[in-house]
Write a protein that binds this ligand. Sequence first.
Ligand SMILES: Cc1ncc(COP(=O)(O)O)c(C=O)c1O
Length: 405
Amino acid sequence: MSAVAEQTTRLADRINALEESSTLAMTKMARELAAQGHKVISLSVGEPDFKTPAHICEAAKKAIDDGFHGYSPVAGYPDLRKAIADKLKRDNNIDWKPENIVVSTGAKHSLANVIQVLINPGDEVVIFAPYWVSYSEMVKLAEGKSVILDGAFENDFKVTAEQLEAAITPRTRIVMYASPNNPTGAVYSEKELREIAAVLEKHEDVYVLADEIYEYINFTDEGHFSIGSIPELKDRVITVNGVAKGYAMTGWRIGFIAAAKWIAEGVEKLQGQVTSGTNSIAQKAAVAAFNGPMEPSIEMTKAYQRRRDLVVGLLKDIPGFKVNVPQGAFYAFPDVSYYFGKSDDTTTINNSDDFSNWLLNKSFVSTVAGSGFGAPNCIRISTAAADEALVEAVGRIKSAVATLK
Ligand SMILES: Cc1ncc(COP(=O)(O)O)c(C=O)c1O
């Protein structure tokens, strides 16, 4: 056994059981190929290609000059929690006080905190699939059991209230989903969420973890609906959101939960022992984001919608691809299973992992296999890139699949 392999076996079981994030793994491989001199188009990473708006950057610079250099309160600065409470009232029709808000190091951290705080070993977490890669791994870390419900392609990858009803057992503790969704771009409508809420009203021990990180990147006429705004369910909904996607602030690492006080206190207690309050400068920037003008976010969303139209149109032209029309976020999620079992001169494609790896090595376009998202027939293509790069990338994909027989 090599020294590294021997050491790996000494890692805690919970770490050995964990999958590596497939999005981060693909991005790493793409970077390595680019470093070797290949002209890689990287469409695997889930982040805006825009810069953080200037007024937010200015607030961060001012925070440094004003001396916000020390530890912050574990749950976040009072002005940030107030700005978030105001935002929730304004945008989401959710009425929580600052004391119901806990700020963390990104929405990812917020989600992981809630699962740690509410899940005992063996508790079930119902996850609407396709789902974001980290959900099932976070549940695994808490020794919970993921119960995956598949949203059908024909239903725009959305799970129905009937499916949920059939999946709830006495062990169910949390139902979690993202809308707008990563990886599909699906948006649950108010009607669909009210149907889901009607099912959940009957199950008083079940909580909802509503991941709304893509809230502002929504192309529907109806706009965003928050399940936490339904009064009958309010105390059992944990709304998670942040600044990463809507304000192009992925690197600043600010997320939050809004929830009943006992849940917020549980998260604060956990965070107080693990990370403490998150970055002080980024918190001040987030105050400027939530209290500031929305025009930059609206402009970014317009660009994502235009690129969605561009990419979906091009993908639909590729023989064998089945393509939904994403209603939000910045991904396309074609079903490529038509090519499973087919080969070029060197490689046979048996699944979405093969497809994605093959595409990267053959055409230097990095995508992410759907398998990590609970959708093994699909690949995820980020549309957060310049138009020319998107056109070039889809052109390369089309030429590559033409060699599969
Ligand atoms: C669905 C979903 N939830 C949460 C996150 C994490 O957001 P943050 O960068 O704020 O941790 C992401 C990031 O890709 C995401 O796609």
